[in-house]
Ligand binder design. Structure first.
Ligand SMILES: Nc1ncnc2c1ncn2[C@@H]1O[C@H](COP(=O)(O)OP(=O)(O)OP(=O)(O)O)[C@@H](O)[C@H]1O
Ligand SMILES: [Mg+2]
Length: 358
């Protein structure tokens, strides 16, 4: 009943739902006065994945656990007393295939034919088993002077889509849209700066690396080195349990001094692996597109690692900032003190929640 009254007077809100490998994040977003407004937010974390490798919400086999995820969603809805039932959800970048292609300029009809052939050559699954979306991301004159269109192709396995549909149905939610998390991130963190930016989303089990230019996703890759790798390194290096290692990492990060110096030396090799992967993405993009990346934006819970900005900047030799999706939002004053810390980990959920309002 409330929902129908709300929609009659034009107050409609949407839920952005980010089901990560280690947590589920939810934000409820309404239209706001001048900018989209965060009405409510919440997160459920699972530590199980650190202790038992099979106990993740999204497992390494990339099979999301429908029943578990739906139960967690129901719990969040209840705890947050959320009324909205319309959800927009993200799919992890590691479970879709993202490639870019170059094709000559052609009519739309020819394009449809060409794309279905081209795509079948580039993805590891039969075309009928995936939902395919393609976006023109640019143009380039090749060596012989012919203009080529650059196309980004995103293929999502149908099986994965139906798993998400099941989860949301079981949780009593209407799944309005489903998109790859890199697009949500680009929406949440993209700004008026036309220069290409490297987005590095350091999650629990995977780090998603993408390039965004003028609001468009131009490149995407990922690595298994992520926040969890840093915790594992501390745990085995200091011979302490995972929970203690996680606490130490969050308390001290790279800033521990004196006796704590060891902590950063344990972390560096794994952080370097993440930075190397980001740098590889930068090189591939710059070579293919012929433009330079000018800055790095960090996101994901891993971006809260104390001292990460400075270290990342020294290693990659570009300005590095921690992404702040709250800049685009209205939100209740009670959130203000937490905004800085929440920003990186809620970037994907916020990007989903504002989809209908931007
Ligand atoms: N203050 C902090 N310092 C260092 N690391 C942190 C801090 N806060 C959170 N993290 C790390 O962030 C990671 C979780 O990030 P996030 O919530 O973005 O992951 P996720 O979205 O569930 O995972 P994924 O994106 O891999 O599916 C964990 O490894 C956690 O230890
Ligand atoms: Mg994530």
């Amino acid at each position: 009943m409330f929902d129908s009254i709300k929609s009659l007077i034009g107050i409609q809100s949407y839920l952005g739902v980010d089901i990560g490998t280690t947590s589920i994040k939810m934000v409820e977003i309404s239209k706001g006065k001048r900018r989209p407004k965060i009405e409510n937010y919440g997160v459920l974390e699972s530590y199980g994945h650190l202790e038992r490798i099979n106990d993740a919400i999204q497992t390494a086999g990339l099979k999301i656990m429908e029943k578990e995820a739906a139960e967690l969603l129901k719990l969040l809805l209840k705890q947050l007393k959320i009324k909205s039932r319309e959800a927009i959800a993200s799919i992890p970048a590691f479970s879709v295939f993202i490639t870019s292609l170059e094709i000559p300029e052609m009519s739309e009809v020819d394009m449809a034919k060409t794309m279905s052939f081209q795509i079948s050559q580039h993805i590891p699954l039969p075309v009928q088993e995936v939902a395919i979306e393609w976006l023109k991301i640019g143009e380039r004159d090749d060596e012989s002077g012919f203009t080529k269109q650059q196309i980004l192709v995103i293929s999502i396995p149908n099986e994965l889509i139906s798993r998400y549909k099941t989860i949301f149905k079981l949780a009593g939610l209407k799944l309005k849209a489903l998109e790859v998390e890199s697009l949500s991130l680009a929406r949440a963190l993209g700004d008026n700066n036309p220069a290409p930016s490297l987005l590095v989303d350091i999650g629990g089990r995977s780090t998603n690396i993408s390039v965004v230019e003028k609001g468009f996703l131009k490149y995407n890759n990922h690595t298994d080195f992520a926040g969890g790798s840093l915790t594992q390194a501390i745990s085995s290096g200091l011979n302490i349990n995972i929970r203690r290692a996680e606490e130490l990492k969050k308390q001290r990060g790279l800033l521990g001094a004196g006796g704590e110096f060891e902590l950063s030396t344990l972390i560096f090799p794994f952080l370097d692996a993440i930075i190397n992967e980001a740098n590889r993405g930068r090189t591939v993009f710059e070579k293919n597109q012929g433009v330079k990346i000018e800055r790095v934006l960090l996101a994901g819970g891993g971006a809260n690692l104390l001292g990460i900005e400075k270290y990342f900047e020294e290693q990659i030799n570009l300005p590095v900032t921690i992404g702040n999706p709250f800049l685009k939002m209205e939100y209740p004053a009670r959130i203000e003190p937490m905004a800085k810390e929440l920003g990186p980990s809620f970037s994907v959920a916020i990007g989903l929640g504002i989809k209908e309002f931007v």
